[in-house]
Design a protein around this ligand. Structure first.
Ligand code: LLP
Length: 403
């Protein structure tokens, strides 16, 4: 991914910054579009994963819809050209202001997460003489086998409506004149690489849609959420997710009638691999037991390792380049430099005044020096968008492969 010309380009740029490989983004989007269109599945991009303007424009250009979780996301989606009839508004705590905004924008659908929310949307829609399309987010109690902090589909989680509350939901939907029931919505968690989790989800969706049909409802939309994981360990080898196998699970296990639509809300799988956080080594601290690389990026630029113990591949681009030039010198029968052969164990840490500000411990890297460029890979999802201004840090910049 990082050829010497690119590393030379990085040398000229102030760090830290996110580097976006827009060609890889487009190739990923195309793979997903091809695999989903084949089954007539509709994908709404979960824009919480990355709402960088260039990323949004690129995702939109492939015809995907938008899955939004705030009024501002709804507005950003529409401003970036996502069609209103492909904008979905989800979230456990939609404020009245946000619901009104989405009603004014005539979005496709609200994913409602509680019986109380149905009342509120109905009331606000009625005041505007409008009818809001509703999908009911149901908590299917399916274990996503992912990190505890990004599991959402268990009964103990705050998300969605539990199965025992469905009779009350059906009653409420019958009463609310300004709601139009469209279908059912699920999302069991994120970074799921075990496809059997999605198979289990399909079985639950089949049971629940049958229940709604038995109550006399037409279930037009089956929204199965997002959650497909990526390979954080081998970002170059597996740069594009196997979308074919993922969608095939739903084709094989979901009961879909010809009049129904199947919707997905993928975030991470579309954008994670297209970006890296590029940083410089500020200081090398050699301790008695530990060596530290202190970077100019920290938890304020990428918080995933600190928040979820998430693994990201870390590479020293400056030494890679010398590794390449050393290969060239070897080909020219010149001696290898010691830099290229020495691997040292470092704790790679940020500059923030928090002990948790550590990207990874015991990372084997070539012997590194102040000024070396470090890439933290697979940072396109929940990276730039989760950056914060803690310690009054500069806002992290973005650099693109094009333009
Ligand atoms: N739909 C709903 C209702 C969601 O809550 C989410 C993500 C998605 C779709 C998209 O999930 P994806 O396809 O990206 O897995 N910040 C965490 C991940 C939080 C996910 C929140 N919900 C991380 O960095 O791992």
């Amino acid at each position: 991914m990082f050829n010497p010309a690119l590393v030379n380009r990085f040398q000229q740029i102030e760090t830290p910054f996110y580097y976006y490989d827009l060609e890889l983004l487009k190739a990923t989007l195309k793979a997903c579009a091809d695999a989903s269109f084949r089954h007539r599945f509709l994908v709404h991009y979960a824009m919480k994963a990355n709402f960088n303007p260039r990323v949004l424009d690129t995702v939109q250009s492939f015809g995907f819809g938008a899955d939004c979780v705030s009024g501002n996301e709804v507005l950003a989606a529409i401003n970036h050209g996502f069609k209103k009839e492909k904008v979905v508004f989800a979230g456990v705590g939609k404020s009245d202001k946000e619901i009104n905004l989405a009603l004014d924008q005539d979005i496709f659908c609200f994913n409602a997460e509680s019986v109380q929310e149905l009342d509120v949307i109905n009331e606000l829609a009625s005041a505007k003489n409008k009818t809001a399309n509703i999908a009911i987010r149901i908590n299917p109690n399916v274990d996503a086998h992912t990190h505890h902090f990004i599991t959402t589909g268990l009964e103990e989680n705050k998300f969605g409506i539990n199965i025992w509350e469905l009779p009350a939901v059906a009653e409420k939907l019958r009463q609310c004149q300004n709601l139009n029931f469209l279908g059912i919505h699920f999302h069991v968690g994120s970074q799921i690489n075990d496809l059997s989790v999605f198979q289990n989800l399909c079985l639950k969706v089949n049971e629940i849609q049958l229940w709604f049909q038995e109550q006399g409802f037409t279930v037009k939309v089956l929204n199965v959420g997002g959650g497909l994981g990526i390979d954080y360990f081998l970002p170059d080898k597996n740069s594009i997710v196997d979308f074919e196998s993922y969608f095939q699970v739903f084709k094989d296990h979901l009961q879909i009638s010809p009049s129904q639509e199947v919707h997905f809300e993928l975030g991470r799988a579309l954008v994670a691999q297209c970006a890296s956080l590029i940083s410089r080594v500020l200081y090398v601290k050699n301790g008695l037991k530990k060596n530290f690389l202190v970077l100019d990026a920290g938890m304020t630029e990428l918080i995933r390792p600190m928040l979820y113990q998430a693994y990201h591949q870390i590479e020293n681009l400056s030494r890679q380049q010398s590794a390449i030039s050393s290969q060239q010198s070897a080909m020219n029968h010149e001696p290898l430099t010691p830099q290229t052969s020495n691997l040292i164990s470092y704790d790679v840490v940020g500059p923030i005044c928090e002990s948790t500000d550590c990207f990874r411990t015991d990372v084997a890297l070539p012997e590194s020096e102040r000024g070396d460029l470090i890439a933290i890979r697979s940072a396109g999802a929940y990276g730039e968008v989760m950056a914060s201004g803690y310690n009054l840090r500069d806002r992290v910049q973005a650099v693109y492969s094009e333009g």
